[in-house]
Design a protein around this ligand. Structure first.
Ligand code: IMP
Length: 426
C-alpha cells in the first residue's frame, strides 16, 4: 500500500503542481483535501502550461480518480469554469469525485473577504480574496452549506434561507450589498445540477481504494507556514495544509499514510503580508525573482524572496511528519557567487533553533547564516545527483544535515524530465 502526502513545506508556491504531476503518473487516485481556489498549481505538459486552482492535478490522466475531499471549500461557479476551461483545451475524459461534506463558497464569502481585509487596514493578511476565510468561518460557525445539501434543491433553498438571514445582517452592517434567496438560488442551483453527478462520499471511496492497495497521492495546497494552527498566525490561510491534517480532511485513518513528501524551494518565497525572517531585498532578491518567475499564479503579485530557512523547515518537519524532501527550482540558484542558508535565529541575544510562536518574536529574530560557494554551471539538463557540480551537492547535503530530512527528489527545470530522482516514492 502506498499513500503518499505531498505537502508544501514553506509558504506555498513551492512547485507542488510539478511533483504531483510527476508522481501522479504512477498514482491511481489524486486527492485535494483542503483549501479551495486560493491555490494555483501550474503544470507543464508537453510544453503546454495549465493552471489549476481547485481541481486535482490527476485530471489530465483519464485513468486517475481525482478526489476533492471534505476538507475543501469549493466555489461551484469557479470550479465549473475551471473544468470547462480544461474541457475546451482537450481534457475530455476524466474521473472526478467531490465530497458530499465539502463546503461551498458563495458570493457573500468573497464580498466579506474583501471587506474584512479593508477593515483590517495595516493588519490585513493579503488574502487571495477568494472567500476562503469567510467560508471556513461559516463552517466553524455552523452556518455553512455542504455539497450534499447544495445538490438537493429543497435542501439548498432551506440552508440558503437560514444562512442569508444571518449573512445579510453581517453584509449590511459592513455597508455591503445584500442578497435575496431567489437570486442566489436561481443562479447557483444551475451549478448544483451540473456538479451533482460528481458528488459522493469520497471518504468511503478512499477506503475502498486503500483496501484495493491503490496508489494514492494527496496533493498539497498552500504550505506548512500558512497552516491555521502551526503557521505564522494570523498571516496564514484558514485551513491546515500539513500532512498531519490529511486524515481529518479526507476521512481516512492516520495509520494509512506511508510517507510525507515536503516540497521545498531551494530558497524561500512568500506572498502576502507577515514576517519573513530570511527575506532578501535588492539585486540578489530581484535575480532570484526574475530567474524563478516568482509571481503569483492566482493573483500575479510579485513574491517576496528569501534564503532557505532551515529553522522554519525543521519546524515544518516536526509538526507535519515530513520524511522526504523534494528540492525545487534548484537551477535558479545557478549563477550566484554565494548561497546563504539559515541554520538558527538570534533572538534577544540568544541563539535558538526553535521557531517562535508570536509575530512579535518572529519579527525580531535575526537569521544566522552559513555562506556556501555558489555554482555557475547550467544544471537544467542534469539527470543524476553525481553529475551535479560539487558546490551544488554540498548545498544539498547541508540541507539534509540541518533539517534531518532526506532529499529524495531535485527539480532542475519546469518539465517532467528535468527531475533528479534519488528515491522512488510512488
Ligand atoms: P487566503 O487563503 O486567501 O485566505 O489567504 C491567506 C494567506 O495565505 C495570504 O497570505 C495568501 O497569499 C496565502 N495563500 C493562500 N493560498 C496560497 C497558495 O496557494 N500559495 C501561496 N500563498 C497562499
Amino acid at each position: 500500500m502506498s499513500v503518499l502526502v505531498i505537502e508544501g513545506s514553506q509558504w506555498g508556491d513551492e512547485g507542488k503542481g510539478k511533483i504531483t504531476d510527476y508522481l501522479g503518473q504512477n498514482a491511481d487516485v489524486v486527492v485535494r483535501s483542503q483549501g479551495g481556489n486560493n491555490a494555483g498549481h501550474t503544470i507543464t505538459i508537453n510544453g503546454e502550461k495549465f493552471a489549476l486552482r481547485s481541481i486535482p492535478s490527476g485530471i489530465f490522466n483519464p485513468k486517475i480518480k481525482n478526489v476533492m475531499a471534505n476538507g475543501m471549500v469549493i466555489d461551484p461557479k469557479q470550479m465549473l469554469e475551471e473544468l470547462d476551461g480544461l474541457i475546451s483545451r482537450g481534457v475530455k475524459e476524466f474521473k472526478l469525485y467531490i465530497s458530499n461534506r465539502a463546503h461551498i463558497v458563495l458570493p457573500y464569502h468573497k464580498d466579506l473577504d474583501g471587506a474584512y481585509e479593508d477593515l483590517k487596514g495595516s493588519l490585513k493578511i493579503g488574502t487571495t480574496k477568494r472567500g476562503i476565510g469567510p467560508c471556513y468561518a461559516d463552517k466553524v460557525n455552523r452556518i455553512g452549506i455542504r455539497m450534499g445539501d447544495f445538490i438537493n434543491p429543497e435542501s439548498f433553498k432551506k440552508h440558503l434561507t437560514d444562512a442569508l438571514a444571518i449573512k445579510n445582517k453581517e453584509l449590511s452592517m459592513l455597508g455591503l450589498k445584500t442578497y435575496t434567496v431567489d437570486e442566489l438560488f436561481n443562479e447557483y442551483s444551475k451549478y448544483a445540477k451540473r456538479i451533482k453527478p460528481y458528488v459522493c462520499d469520497t471518504a468511503e471511496l478512499l477506503e475502498n481504494e486503500i483496501e484495493k492497495n491503490s496508489k494514492i497521492l494527496f496533493e498539497g495546497a498552500q504550505g506548512a507556514m500558512l497552516c491555521i494552527d502551526h503557521g505564522t498566525y494570523p498571516y496564514v490561510t484558514s485551513s491546515s495544509p500539513i500532512g498531519a491534517s490529511v486524515p481529518l480532511n479526507a476521512g481516512i485513518a492516520p495509520k494509512y499514510i506511508t510517507d510525507v513528501l515536503g516540497i521545498c524551494k531551494s530558497y524561500d518565497t512568500r506572498v502576502g503580508e507577515g514576517p519573513f525572517p530570511t527575506e532578501i531585498d535588492g539585486e540578489i532578491g530581484n535575480y532570484i525573482r526574475e530567474k524563478g518567475h516568482e509571481y503569483g499564479t492566482v493573483t500575479k503579485r510579485p513574491r517576496r524572496v528569501g534564503w532557505l530557512d532551515c529553522v522554519a523547515l525543521n519546524y515544518a518537519r516536526r509538526v507535519s511528519g515530513i520524511n522526504h524532501l523534494s528540492l525545487m527550482l534548484f537551477d535558479v540558484l545557478g549563477g550566484l557567487k554565494e548561497i546563504k542558508i539559515c541554520y538558527a535565529y538570534e533572538l534577544d541575544g540568544e541563539v535558538t533553533t526553535s521557531f517562535p510562536s508570536t509575530l512579535d518574536e518572529l519579527s525580531r529574530v535575526k537569521p544566522m547564516y552559513i555562506t556556501m560557494p555558489g555554482f555557475d554551471e547550467d544544471i537544467s539538463n542534469i539527470k543524476d545527483f553525481d553529475s551535479l557540480p560539487v558546490n551544488a551537492k554540498e548545498y544539498i547535503k547541508k540541507i539534509e544535515e540541518l533539517t534531518k530530512i532526506k532529499v529524495s527528489m531535485i527539480s532542475v527545470g519546469p518539465d517532467r524530465n528535468q527531475t533528479i530522482i534519488l528515491e522512488k516514492l510512488l
